[in-house]
Each structure stands twice: as C-alpha cells, then as structure tokens.
Design a protein around this ligand. Structure first.
Ligand code: 3PG
Ligand code: MG
Length: 398
C-alpha cells in the first residue's frame, strides 16, 4: 500500500482526500466532533506540504440527492476552527462550484466538497454508475488519499472506485487504525477481553463468531443481552428481544463452553416500566425480570464484575454501550466499563462512533484510552476477518 510519502512532492498538487466527517448533529450543532479532530493530522500534513486539499465526505444517509438536513457546511465550519485557517466550501460535490474551487485553490488551502451522498452514483450497487461518478470526482484532483477509516468497509465511489482512477495512498488515520486492529487480531497479549453491547445480536453475529476463536473472555451487555438471557430460558419482560436469534445465541453459549472461552452475561439488570429518562429504575436478578418491566442497563454487581475482567486484561476491545447511557439512570454500566478501560495496564481500544461518543458524553478524555477508533462498522468487520473494500483496493492499486 502506498503511503503519503510515496506520492512525492505535493507542492501545487490537487489532493482529493476521503475523510469520515460523519459526526452526530443536533440540528446544525455538532454534538461530538471526534471524527473531525481525528481527520486533522492528515489534512494538516497535506496542507503543510503545499498541496491543494479537496476533502470529500458524507453525512448521514441522504437518498442520493441534495437534502439540506445533511449538508456538510457546519462540518466545514468546525474544521476551519480546528485547523485555525479558512476552509472553502463547495455547495456541490462534482458540479460547477466544486470544479471552480478545485481550479482556484492555492497551495496549502483546504476545501470541503458538499456531501458525497447527495449523488446517486456514490452508493450505487451498479459498477458503471458508481464508476461514472468516480470519474467526475477523480477529474477534480491529481492524487487520492484514503483517510476515512469509518467508511473503508463500504464499496462506494469515493472510497473504492476513485482509488483506481488516481494515484492513491493510504492516509495516516487509516494507517493508525489498521495498526491497532492488527494488534488485536494477530497476536493479542492475553488475557484478551472483549466487551460487546448495543441493541442487536444480529449486528454482532460475525464478530462474536470470529472472537470465540480469539478472545479469552467475552462480556455481553446492552440490549442484545436479553436475547442471550432468553436463550438460557429466562423471562425478559418487555426488554428488547430478537426471537429469531435465540438459536444462534444458544449456539454461541455452547461453543464458548466447548472452546473454553469465558462468556460472561450480567447477573443483575436495571429495569424500568418504560423506555424513558425518568422511569423509576430498580435492580433485579437477571433471571427474575418482571413481566411488565424492561432491562435498560446491566446492574451494579454485573458492572463491578465486568470492570474487574476489563482491569485484568492485557488487551481489551469494547464496542457498544451496556445500557441506555443517554439517560443518567441507565448509564452506570457503560460508565463502569469505560472507567475500567482507562484503568487497565494493557491495550484498551474503544471501537466505534457510538461507543466513542458515549465515552465523551460521560466525560472521559480521549487520552485515557489506548485508542478510540473512528469506525464502528469498519472495526467490527475488520475483527470479523472480512475484506474491507476500501483497504483491499489500496493494496491492489499500489
Ligand atoms: C459511520 O458512521 O458508521 C460511518 O461514517 C459509515 O456510515 P454508514 O454506516 O452510513 O456507511
Ligand atoms: Mg455505521
């Protein structure tokens, strides 16, 4: 894979950079700018090298046509603040404004192109349609730098196809992320503890499957825990339940036992009668959830036990909150796990946009963790052992 160093002298060169600037927004207010901050080093480096930097990125999932709710304008503004220098903004991705800006950029200047997903070609499943759009993107620049780690699992025009149309290099963020994930997959220091949360078992099947061969301990929390508890024959009240995944969950419990992997489920749960911030919370045993209650967090005994496993790990990977951390009454499990990650002597990795936003919302500093990944889906797919199109194409083209 070529790196930015291999691209040679970049003075005056137009560099198209794919970044992942998909940040959570409340209206036009960015609620977590972690992905913008993570993108800065590569953009700064290119600008300092005298390149004309054109950033392409997506926000949300618009339907292939311009939609003001998903404009990257506020993101470009935040980027300018963080860079400490003006950032130009093109109101289209490959249209007149983009072409004008591409031609007018001066050495060391940075511009952001409007949401790449405003163009149907970006996410098209049709190779020709994607290719035609990639041609237009490529025509704006001389070289391509792939730095959007959070999207490298997407076979999309700005991630995949454009890399075949321009001299392409991997950016520093993608390099750093892959290096950490390699440490998790190749020869993790043991004990290797994985904490999985989030709402759906079905999202995590591949990764559980793969990690049962790799990890020493698998701690399961979040909404998906109730499918596991139900698989053990316990009532789960009105908690989230994926009835079609019960057999799969049973299979994992059995396989963990056979392979000597410690699969740890919560022994107590925080329940409430409704999904609401002010619903009255009580703690019950995990095998005694009342019919009219739903589990919204792991309980205090479980939080303590999970934290002990995490603190004793030499390698720990965490993806997905343990409960509804957005509501303070149900944030304790997630907080306990996050805190334990900051206390382990080993390598601690927080995987994913949502988990990253959770730790910041709960007041933890990024520096307290070994690594906070900017990619949730991407890091899970990497750990599943899948081929990530955005990485594979860089291997192929250089
Ligand atoms: C993310 O937020 O997970 C990445 O930016 C990828 O976005 P996507 O899941 O909409 O492709
Ligand atoms: Mg995602």
């Amino acid at each position: 894979m070529q790196t930015i160093d291999d691209l040679g002298d970049l003075t005056g060169k137009r560099v198209l950079v794919r970044s992942d600037l998909n940040v959570p927004l409340d209206g036009a207010t960015i609620t977590d700018d972690g992905r913008i901050r993570a993108s800065l080093p590569t953009l700064k480096r290119l600008a300092d090298a005298g390149a004309k930097v054109l950033v392409t990125a997506h926000l949300g999932r618009p339907k292939g046509t311009p939609d003001p709710a998903y404009t990257l304008k506020p993101v470009a503004e935040r980027l300018a603040e963080l860079l400490g220098s003006p950032v130009l903004f093109a109101g289209d991705t490959v249209g007149e404004e983009a072409r004008h800006i591409s031609a007018a950029l001066t050495d060391g200047q940075v511009a952001v192109l409007e949401n790449v997903r405003f163009n149907a070609g970006e996410t098209s499943k049709d190779d020709a349609e994607r290719g035609a759009f990639a041609d237009e993107l490529a025509s704006l620049a001389d070289v391509f730098v792939s730095d959007g780690f959070g999207v490298v699992h997407r076979k999309q025009a700005s991630v995949y196809d454009v890399a075949t149309r321009l001299p392409a290099a991997v950016g520093g963020l993608v390099q750093a992320e892959v290096e950490v994930l390699r440490r998790l997959t190749d020869t993790p220091e043991r004990p290797y503890v994985v904490v999985l949360g989030g709402s759906k078992v079905s999202d995590k099947l591949g990764v559980i499957d793969n990690l049962l061969d790799k990890a020493d301990t698998l701690l399961i929390g979040g909404g998906m825990v109730f499918t596991f508890l139900a698989a053990q024959g316990h009532g789960v009240g009105s908690s989230l339940l994926e009835a079609d995944q019960l057999e799969v969950a049973r299979g994992y419990i059995k396989r963990a036992a056979e392979q000597g992997v410690e699969l740890v489920l919560p022994t107590d749960v925080v329940v409430a009668p409704a999904f609401s911030a002010d619903a009255p919370a009580t703690v019950v045993a995990a095998d005694a959830i009342p019919d009219d209650q739903m589990g919204l967090d792991i309980g205090p005994d479980s939080a303590k036990a999970f934290a002990e496993h995490v603190r004793g790990a030499r390698t720990v990977f965490w993806n997905g909150p343990m409960g509804v951390f957005e509501f303070p009454a149900f944030a304790n499990g997630t907080r306990a796990v996050a805190e334990a990650l900051t206390q382990t002597d080993g390598l601690s990795v927080v995987g994913g946009g949502d988990s990253a936003a959770a730790v910041r919302q709960l007041g933890f500093a990024d520096e307290a963790f070994g690594h906070i990944s900017t990619g949730g889906g991407a890091s899970l797919e990497y750990l599943e052992g899948k081929t990530l199109p955005g990485l594979a194409i860089l291997e192929e083209t250089s």
